[in-house]
Each structure stands twice: as C-alpha cells, then as structure tokens.
Design a protein around this ligand. Sequence first.
Ligand code: NAI
Length: 398
Amino acid sequence: MSTNQQPLTINNQPLTNFKIGVLGAGSMGSGIVQIAATQKHQTVLVDLNEDALNKAAANLKNILARMVEKEKIDQATADVILGRITFSKNISDFQECDMVIEAIIENLEVKKKVFAEMESVVSPDCILASNTSSLSIASIAAACKKPERVIGIHFFNPAPLMPLVEIIPAVQTSEETKNTSRALIDSWGKVTVLAKDTPGFIVNRVARPFYGEALKIYEEGVADFATIDWAMTEIGGFKMGPFTLMDYIGNDINYTVTETVFAAFYYDPRYKPSFTQKRHAEAGWLGRKTGRGYYNYAEGVEQPQPKKDEKLGKEICDRILVMLMNEAIDALFLNIASREDIDLAMTKGVNYPKGLLAWAEEMGLANVLAKLEHLFAEYGEDRYRPSVLLRRMVKSLP
Ligand code: NAI
C-alpha cells in the first residue's frame, strides 16, 4: 500500500533527480513518460519506430494543450513538462538513467533481448523495470547479468489516470530494487500494491471470473448480454457490465489475456477461455474499436434492452460475485499479495465498488461457501471448487 512516510531521497539522491527512461512509445509508454515528466523527472522515451515516436510526441502535446484549455495547468508548465522529455531512437540514450521502464510488445524473447541490450548501456545501479501484463519477471531478469536490478512495474491503461500500479519483484530482485521502485512510484501519487511474480499478478488473475463466468452464463442461455450487464451494474454496483467492459478493452486483447493466464496455470479449468469470445475475436467483432463487439456501436442502431427481472439479476450477480470472491480468497491463500493489497488492487485498478475480501465478509463467508458448494455439486466441475482458505475461514467463524 502507498505510505505517507515516503523517503525524500533514494541513495542520497532526491527522488525527483532520478532520470527516467521509457522504452516503447505506444499507449502505455507514452502514458508513463507523461507521468514521470509531470513529476519533474528528466525523461528519455525510446522507440525503434520513428512514426511511433512522432505520434507519441504529437499525442503528448495534444494532451497537455487540453489540460491548458481546461485550466488544469498553465502554458508555461505544459512547455516545461514537454521540455523534460527527450525522444530518441537509440537505446544508448538511457546511459544516464536511474530507472528504465520497458513497455514494448508483449513477447518474452524480444523483451529478454532488449533487457540484455539495455543492461549493456546503463549504469551498474540503474533499475530495469518491465510493464508486462502477463510475462514472468523471473525469466526477463534471467536475461540480465545483474538480475537483482530487474522488477515488474505494472501500470493500468490509461496510465496517467489509473491510480493503481502493481510492483512485482522476481525471485532474483533485491530488497533495494523493490524498496526504491515502490518509493519512487508512490512519490508519483500512485497507489502501489506488492504482488508475487505469478500469472496475471493480482488484477488480471482475480478479475478473470468477471468475464469468464459472465460468458458462461450467456452460453448456457441463462440471460443475454444486456441483462447480464444490467445485473452487474444495477444490482452489483459495478461501473460497467462485463460485456460492455470486454467491448471497451477489445475482445482480441481480453481473449489473449485469458488464454495466456489459462495456459500459465497449467490449464486450471477456473480460467478456461470461452468460445463465444473467441468467435467474436475471429469475426473481427473486437468491440468499440471496430464498431461492433457484443453490442453494435454503429450510429442509429438501437441497443438491446435488458430483462429487468430482479430475481434473475440477483442470481447472475451472485454467481459472478462468489467466483470473484473465491479467486481473491485463493490469491490470499497462495500469498500472491496481502489482504489489504488484494482489495486495493481491485478497487483502484479496475474500479470495483468494494474490495472482494471485505465484500465476501459483508455477504457472509458461510453464504459465499454455500453458493460455491451448490455450483460445484451441480456442475461437478473443478472450476467451482471453493478455496481451502474459504473453508478454513468458515470453520473458524464463531
Ligand atoms: P503498443 O503496441 O501500443 O506499443 C508498443 C511500442 O513498442 C510500439 O511503439 C513499438 O514500436 C515499440 N517497440 C516494439 N519493439 C521494440 C523494441 N525492440 N525496441 C523499442 N521499441 C519497440 O503496446 P502497449 O499497449 O503500450 O503495451 C506495451 C506493454 O505494456 C506490453 O508489455 C503490454 O502487455 C503492457 N501493458 C499494456 C496495457 C494495455 O492496456 N495496453 C496495460 C498494462 C500493461
């Protein structure tokens, strides 16, 4: 969790003196550079692709211009922020950086190559971080001569707006790298949580049932997209229903994350991907970005209306919720993160209305277990097995 007792210095250097490098000028890299430059750091943004660099520079200019328009900052401040960013095609420009955050394509072999290359140009103390969503930090670190300087620093999209950052030390990461990284990101006003180097870290693991169980409910013919979305927003209090959210994220991206997490968990049925989503992705119905996903976003198209049946809505909502709670409890059982950090991650990273562990207690742990046991008995599928920790928690209830 973020703390108010941030050290003002790291290695006797004021935090703001840290020079920050960012590799990859895509949506995440340019967002991270914007944060660092706004936080008064000299920054270097490197991308091999000149078009990507030009696009990032133009985007950043536009964002800052809009902030001036809205009177959030004045023109002089916008100029100073932009002036702190150097755009470059050359990795050797990271030479003077104290930390480099990598945000290039999600490919382990490419990332490993790039980390080895970066290590050959940076100083011996420079921290090398990856913004990967799904790859193992241990395997990225293994590509370096000093793996203890490597760590995962996982921002959420859009990085300047989303408060959560997952800090993921690999087995090789030193305490110093972990503490310095966390203190630095805390000093940027972010909410940091510490996560174990396991597939999906906290958020992308615990959130799987929000999509997976919703898709399964649809596939069984229990309800249509609009009704499931209505149940989760109106009854569950979520900002967006699962289908609206998948259309927003993109069915290609959301499907790939699910498939990656499924394989990384040695095909645990809890994370099984859905044919409905696969077909939507194959059809090019990716969501908002292609004008069609689970919903049709073309102008003038009437949106389907939910069946506002309270009893059905509550059944849908409870089924998805207990699966989410079970996932959060199992993450705690396996020491993926602390109880506090698991709840913070879901409220600050994906805007859940409540932390899942606190919510499970509110719903009644015995009640959550009973609902899961009912599903487990009815389906006979391992997917619905209650976490051992949930059973223990219920057993120890007064
Ligand atoms: P993107 O596709 O928008 O940008 C990637 C950039 O990296 C491109 O500009 C490309 O030219 C550049 N690049 C590729 N190979 C390179 C190399 N060898 N050297 C220098 N530059 C290179 O990707 P995006 O969405 O910004 O994602 C980047 C990373 O952040 C990935 O690891 C992704 O998993 C992670 N991430 C993405 C999130 C998202 O919602 N998009 C959220 C959190 C993490």
